[in-house]
Design a protein around this ligand. Structure first.
Ligand SMILES: *Cc1c(COP(=O)(O)O)cnc(C)c1O
Length: 456
């Protein structure tokens, strides 16, 4: 039992690796994504013990289950304490319906949870090996700033972020471009999916092997595992009758890293009766759940919940793997997943931009619940689910909807819809006055390769 958990590639053509090697590689050489060969199971008493733990303690416990034998317990506990030094509010809305605000980290997005842990783990392993890395990451808005902040100032890690110039807000951009040091930012006249494709191609390019490239996108297993922690945390704080208090989680989703964190939690034994997976108008996933047929959306649609404008979510390959199927990196289903089980555990719905805006308005008017566009997609999905499925529509059904960014990151929309300016969290104050520095680049692989060779 002391053998470390191995991580296999969802394409099944690369060897399995222990956690730290999978973490430093990012994507598997066969372009698959790493998944644990075995999912540790939590006993009832372990679950109950979490009720008395702080967030960093739960993090250390849950992550430690996957990292047994590859990191000393006390070091992991220290890293968790250092990474999770902010609040995780569970806001009561009505009955037993809650919103979990994952927006109190340094970049005010839920991506801080994953980025800060992954950065610290990478830094720990690299320092024991006297090695360095260049992290390439594509962002649709929030990943870039979370990763840039999470890795800022590390000696042995450089970060290069690609972003679609027209798809990120000024504030999101400034969270990345005002850092400097080991952080380099490049804007493209392109879509998020184009940026992601460039990054993926660079990983597979033998010409660039000398750069020791790695990924911080949600394709990295080191981001996924920390994202299972807050599901446990919500349950630990909110459940009453430990054994039967099944939770419904509603997760606004784009690349499905957040959802996959929750999936891992459920497969570890967390009593989750349903995942409500809401997307914006990029509805390839709700369609897939309904029909079993997967059609990516190219190009992806530009919706106001901009961090979820993903037409071909990379983590889908992991979900399919978890349900016994095989999907390659192009979205081709080589082996069908257990569609029936998936349908039982997941309810998925697409929310239009106009529904998103209406939800921001009604949530505020009805419940004094302040949501930004991503969280509104999640909340609306939960409302639709409860209306649609009577057996869950009861006052004592525990439901937790995830708010993935701080409303102050989207001031234009909040002002338009609610006629006031959301208060800035301390982490976003003073951003306007800072100087920006970033490059621009043509959207071709040749240009990207030249840029990398010239700069690193
Ligand atoms: C990235 C992001 C999402 C989508 O998360 P995935 O893990 O890609 O599904 C949702 N909301 C916000 C604010 C984000 O930044």
């Amino acid at each position: 039992m002391d053998n470390p958990i191995m991580f296999y590639s969802t394409n099944h053509s690369s060897p399995s690796l222990p956690f730290h090697e999978a973490l430093l590689k990012g994507q598997a050489p066969d372009k698959g994504l790493y998944m644990p060969e075995y999912i540790p199971q939590l006993s009832n008493s372990e679950m109950l013990a979490m009720k008395g733990m702080s967030y960093p303690e739960i993090a250390s416990f849950v992550i430690g289950k996957f990292l047994k034998g590859v990191i000393p317990e006390d070091i992991l506990a220290e890293l968790c304490k250092d990474a999770y030094d902010y609040d995780v509010p569970l806001e009561h809305v009505y009955d037993r319906k809650f919103v979990m605000r994952l927006d109190q980290g340094p970049t005010a997005s839920f991506k801080d949870f994953a980025g800060r842990m992954m950065g610290r783990l990478m830094n720990y392993y690299l320092s024991t090996m006297d090695n360095d890395l260049l992290i390439l990451t594509a962002t649709s808005g929030d990943t870039g700033s979370a990763i840039a902040n999470a890795f800022y100032g590390f000696d042995n890690i450089k970060v290069l972020v690609l972003f679609p110039e027209d798809e990120v807000t000024l504030r999101q951009r400034k969270q990345m471009t005002t850092l400097g040091k080991n952080i380099q930012i490049v804007g493209l006249d392109a879509k998020f999916d184009d940026c992601q494709a460039l990054v993926k191609q660079a990983f597979a390019d033998p010409d660039l092997e000398y750069l020791n490239l790695s990924s911080a996108n949600s394709i990295n297993i080191g981001r996924l595992i920390p994202q299972s922690v807050y599901y446990f945390y919500a349950w630990a704080k909110l459940s009453e009758n430990a054994e039967n208090d099944n939770v419904v989680f509603s997760v606004p989703s784009g690349n499905f890293g957040d959802m996959m964190g929750g999936m891992l939690a459920m497969k570890m034994g967390l009593p989750i009766s349903k995942f409500v997976i809401s997307t914006n108008e990029n509805d390839e996933f709700p369609e897939f759940i309904k029909t079993g047929i997967y059609k990516k959306i190219v190009p992806s649609k530009n919706c106001i919940s901009s961090a979820m404008n993903v037409g071909h979510p990379s983590n889908l390959a992991r979900l399919v793997a978890l349900y016994g199927g095989v999907m390659d990196e192009t979205g081709h289903l080589k082996k069908q997943a257990d569609q029936e089980l998936m349908n039982k555990e997941i309810y998925s719905v697409s929310i239009s931009d106009s529904e998103t805006k209406d939800t921001i308005k009604t949530a505020w008017d009805k419940h004094q619940l302040l949501l930004e566009p991503h969280g509104a997609v999640g909340w609306k999905g939960l409302e639709i689910f409860l209306k649609d499925q009577d057996e869950y529509n009861k006052p004592d059904q525990l439901c937790v909807s995830l708010e993935t960014a701080h409303p102050a990151k989207f001031p234009e929309q909040i002002r338009d819809i609610l006629n006031f300016d959301p208060e800035l969290p301390p982490s976003l104050e003073g951003l306007e006055d800072k100087d920006e520095q970033f490059d621009t680049m043509e959207n071709t692989y040749e240009a990207f390769r030249d840029y990398l060779k010239k700069n690193y």
